[in-house]
Design a protein around this ligand. Structure first.
Ligand code: KIV
Length: 293
């Protein structure tokens, strides 16, 4: 069931592919953030974020796994639906989980279609270079826009030697530049570059005819992405270098939780404004009904 009819909390106009291309042409930076839930999505709607990514990083940020590999479509779809309800106007990206597109083009198309049909996403994102070109073509030919993802691709983190910068050697950088070209030729509408050196990102951006989004890849891309939980101190396990912290919501929550525990224990909570009462006449009637008059 489509979620697209939801009311915008901001009265904002729906972001379209045309809007993203227009920003690229004007040299106006595109904003992109990850999001996994309804309340956060309503804030992103009000803040005017252009692209919202329901990332399979939810396996780590929300579900507490050590990697994104255990994430399934069944985990992703309810989160994508919740985010769409919170931000009817952002350009919404459904992130294809591990093994939902690698095995076959048919499976890739069916799973991409689920993001569109069940969660009203505007596109899907999948990781990889030349090895996913056939999958990209198949999905694009089905009428679904695809965002590519190069550099550090977390689903292949083991093969890449961990969560580390990609493209630091000239041959590795050339491979990423060639992969970006191959993805563009296959029909992606945009490419995310994660943890690629800034000057390599700059070359790809200069040569690209689609918006390039940087995650830790420097300022020369057409847009920037951050992981929401890194921005607000909500991921306790580690903080990547590229993540600027915009506030410590984690500390605010922890302080509040400690205060709650202390107040319940001391009796300071609840106070009359925190509970509901019954009128005297009804209470007297109740006592009668209970035979306790
Ligand atoms: O899942 C995700 O949030 C991502 C980002 C790391 C780019 O793919």
């Amino acid at each position: 069931m489509s979620e697209k009819g939801a009311m915008s909390t901001s009265g904002r106009k729906k972001v379209t592919l045309g809007d993203l291309y227009a920003k690229m042409e004007r040299g106006e930076p595109i904003t992109m953030l990850t999001c996994y839930d309804y309340p956060t999505a309503t804030f992103m709607e009000q803040a005017g974020v252009d692209i919202v990514l329901v990332g399979d990083s939810l396996g780590m940020t929300i579900l507490g796994y050590d990697s994104t590999l255990p994430v399934t479509m069944e985990m992703m779809i309810p989160h994508a639906q919740a985010v769409r309800r919170g931000t009817p106007s952002a350009f919404l990206v459904g992130d294809m989980p591990y093994m939902t597109y690698q095995p076959s083009t048919e499976r890739a198309i069916l799973n991409a279609g689920r993001f569109m049909a069940e969660a009203a996403c505007d596109c899907v994102k999948l990781e990889g270079g030349v090895e996913v070109v056939e999958r990209v073509k198949g999905i694009v030919d089905s009428g679904i826009p695809v965002m590519g993802h190069l550099g550090l691709t977390p689903q292949s983190a083991i093969a890449l030697g961990g969560f580390r910068v990609q493209g630091r050697s000239a041959p590795q950088a050339k491979k990423i530049i060639d992969a970006a070209r191959a993805l563009e030729d296959a029909g992606v509408f945009s490419i995310l570059l994660e943890m690629v050196p800034d000057r390599v990102c700059e070359i790809i951006t200069e040569r690209a005819s689609v918006p390039i989004i940087s995650l830790g890849s420097g300022p020369k891309a057409h847009g920037q992405l951050l992981i929401f939980h890194d921005m607000f101190g909500l991921y306790p396990k580690f903080k990547p270098k590229m993540a600027k912290v915009y506030g410590n919501a984690g500390q605010v929550i922890l302080d509040g939780l400690k205060a709650y525990v202390a107040e319940v224990r001391s009796g300071a909570f609840p106070q009359p404004e925190n509970w509901f009462g019954i009128k005297d006449d009804q209470f007297a009637e109740l006592k009668k009904l209970l035979g306790e008059e």
